[in-house]
Design a protein around this ligand. Structure first.
Ligand SMILES: C[S@@+](CC[C@H](N)C(=O)[O-])C[C@H]1O[C@@H](n2cnc3c(N)ncnc32)[C@H](O)[C@@H]1O
Length: 221
């Protein structure tokens, strides 16, 4: 791993439990309220990604930067044939495996400690997700091209928007904790996708994010 990936993985190992708590209903009233106000787009991007993943039943998914496994597990619950979660933080993967075993979903979920660029799957995935990932990727081009190379149908992505009030606050807060964060304009997202030969199906502004569905084949007119 490069120094920058090592720093990312150390940061996410420390943050794993706190990050997972954002999705939990079991937390003090005030932190629930703050999450609903300030992190509303995290819940909206989850709804976006689940809708864009349909039909889930019988298909295979790769979740890059799977974190604590919230997306991977939901896809397995919805009937995915197989879900693979990749992450560089072991502590996140421990939470994924624990939750998958508790729900008896471990037969259809596998979690691997790997950077996408080092990952060599045996077969293509129908759908690849990269949600909350590009915030932490200094050079997105190779990652998007790799996603394209190992996906059959579509990729579902999120990118944090440049120019929101939250961007400088987040940049400062995370840099003080040793984690770099990156922001995107719509034009840059479009250019990155085009350079990776991915065709925009949907590019929506969702709160402080852009949420994207891109296909490998251009839509027929
Ligand atoms: C904000 S969390 C998002 C987790 C999950 N996708 C979600 O939205 O709930 C970002 C995750 O990406 C992982 N990550 C960061 N850079 C990565 C990389 N190059 N390859 C794989 N995972 C990475 C981090 O370890 C962290 O778990």
């Amino acid at each position: 791993m490069t120094d920058s990936l090592t720093r990312q993985s150390e940061y996410w190992n420390r943050q794993a439990e706190d990050f997972h708590r954002i999705y939990s209903r079991d937390k003090p009233w005030l932190s629930g309220l703050l999450d609903r106000v300030f992190r509303r787009d995290m819940y909206e991007r989850f709804a976006f990604a689940m809708a864009a993943s349909e039909p889930v039943t019988g298909r295979t998914f790769l979740d890059v930067g799977c974190g604590s496994g919230v997306y991977a597990l939901e896809l397995a619950r919805r009937g995915a044939a197989q879900v693979t979660g990749l992450d560089i933080a072991e502590e996140m993967l421990r939470l994924c495996r624990q939750a998958a075993a508790a729900e008896n979903l471990d037969g259809r979920c596998a979690f691997a400690h790997s950077d996408l660029l080092e990952f060599g799957p045996d077969a293509l995935f129908d759908v690849t997700l990269g949600i909350g990932l590009f915030d932490y990727i200094a050079d997105p081009g190779p990652v998007l091209r790799r996603m394209r190379a190992i996906t059959r149908d579509r990729v579902i992505l999120s990118f944090p928007r440049l120019g929101t009030w939250r961007a400088p606050v987040r940049r400062l807060r995370l840099s003080l904790r040793g984690c770099e964060v990156h922001f995107y304009t719509r034009r840059r997202v479009e250019r990155l996708l085009a350079d990776a030969r991915l065709h925009v199906h949907t590019l929506e502004r969702v709160g402080k994010l852009y949420c994207v569905v891109a296909t490998l084949a251009a839509a027929a007119d």
